[in-house]
Write a protein that binds this ligand. Structure first.
Ligand code: SAM
Ligand code: SF4
Length: 325
């Protein structure tokens, strides 16, 4: 969708905007269904990149301890635990600039993916930059989706990262698309960018061909020690507006209310679900940042009368309620 259209949508009265986004949502999704994804950091800290928001960058003193790549056994047991708690998608994140075919770490990731994909959940990985060969091998090993966020507008990106470019991000996304893996791609708000930057991001995401299947909207978790440590929380109505615009411009994508939910009230989250968010990360930790406790999330979904998605890719039309999950 073109920038001008997005801008008009975004700036209309809030209730008109969310009425529209709700209608689009109900056309493509069950309004009451929310997917729960679990995210595990399989390789933490010590990253060569200087992303200004990230506690895992080795450029900043964030107090985060660098860890080696977890073993397949460790990852598999975390995946089993997530599954037993109701996750239908398991995401594995690594603090790498990227990964190349022929390296030991890539072989280990492929082995782990083969094991995890047997559990019947959607398998998502986020490993930084990859090319066509890596994408093909990950797909063959059982990866459903590759996450690679554009994070912000191409104009604002150089203010946030200097060690790689926006075009590098686009190249990885193109390689993922060509492999047939599904693309998970979204952004972060609250880094000091303008509304225009956020809408430019939406323009780029909605003009990807095919559009991403999954669009995480992260609110900055201001991590101590990073250049963005003092950024104030995102205004709730700005978040709701952006979710509504994402729903309208990316009607078939799962819009994921991702990082930063600890700073969003229950009422705020309810509004986000109404406006079109239909997926959350759950579990106490989001890579290295805090996330609401799983039981608190379940209680909220239950109170709102929302359902959580059932296990398996071949799930029947029915869904299970949060109370019975
Ligand atoms: N290194 C890989 C990469 O950059 O694509 C994968 C891991 S990286 C931590 C995954 C995503 O987490 C980033 O693209 C960003 O959107 C999100 N993220 C990281 N730190 C964040 C923070 N402090 N607040 C909000 N989102 C964050
Ligand atoms: Fe490294 Fe990814 Fe963090 Fe950037 S966002 S510093 S690439 S882990």
């Amino acid at each position: 969708m073109k920038f001008r259209q997005l801008e008009t949508l975004y700036h209309q009265p809030l209730f008109e905007l969310i009425s529209k986004s709700r209608a689009v949502h109900l056309e493509h999704w069950r309004g009451e269904e929310v997917q729960r994804c679990s995210l595990l950091s399989i390789k933490t800290g010590g990253c060569s990149e200087d992303c200004a928001y990230c506690a895992q960058s080795s450029h900043y003193s964030t107090g985060l301890e660098r860890e080696e790549l977890l073993s397949t056994e460790q990852i598999l047991s975390a995946a089993e635990r997530a599954r037993s708690q109701g996750a239908t998608r398991f995401c594995m994140g690594a603090a790498w600039r990227g990964v190349r075919d022929g390296t030991e770490k890539f072989e280990r990731v492929l082995e782990t993916v083969r094991e995890v994909s047997r559990l019947g959940m959607e398998v998502c990985v986020t490993l930084g930059q990859i090319g066509a060969v890596e994408a093909r091998k990950l797909k063959a090993a059982g990866v459903t989706a590759y996450n690679h966020n554009l994070d912000t507008s191409p104009e604002f990106y150089p203010e946030i990262v200097s060690t790689h470019t926006f075009d590098d991000r686009l190249n990885t996304i193109a390689a993922v698309q060509q492999s047939g893996m599904s693309v998970c791609c979204g952004g972060i708000i609250g880094m000091g960018e303008s509304i225009k930057d956020r809408l430019r991001l939406m323009e780029l995401l909605s003009e990807l061909d095919p559009q991403p299947d999954s669009v995480p909207i992260n609110c900055l978790m201001a991590m101590p020690g990073t250049p963005l440590e003092d950024q104030p929380p995102v205004d709730i109505f700005e978040l709701v507006r952006l979710i509504a615009v994402a729903r309208i411009s990316l009607p078939r994508a799962r819009v994921r209310l991702a990082a930063g939910r600890t700073r969003v009230s229950r009422e705020g989250q309810a509004l986000c679900f109404f406006a079109g968010a239909n997926s959350i990360f759950f579990g106490d930790k989001l890579l290295t940042a805090k996330n609401p406790a799983a039981d608190v999330d379940l209680a909220l979904l239950h109170e709102l009368g929302l359902n959580v998605e059932q296990h398996g890719n071949d799930r029947p039309a029915g869904v299970v309620t949060a109370a019975s999950a």
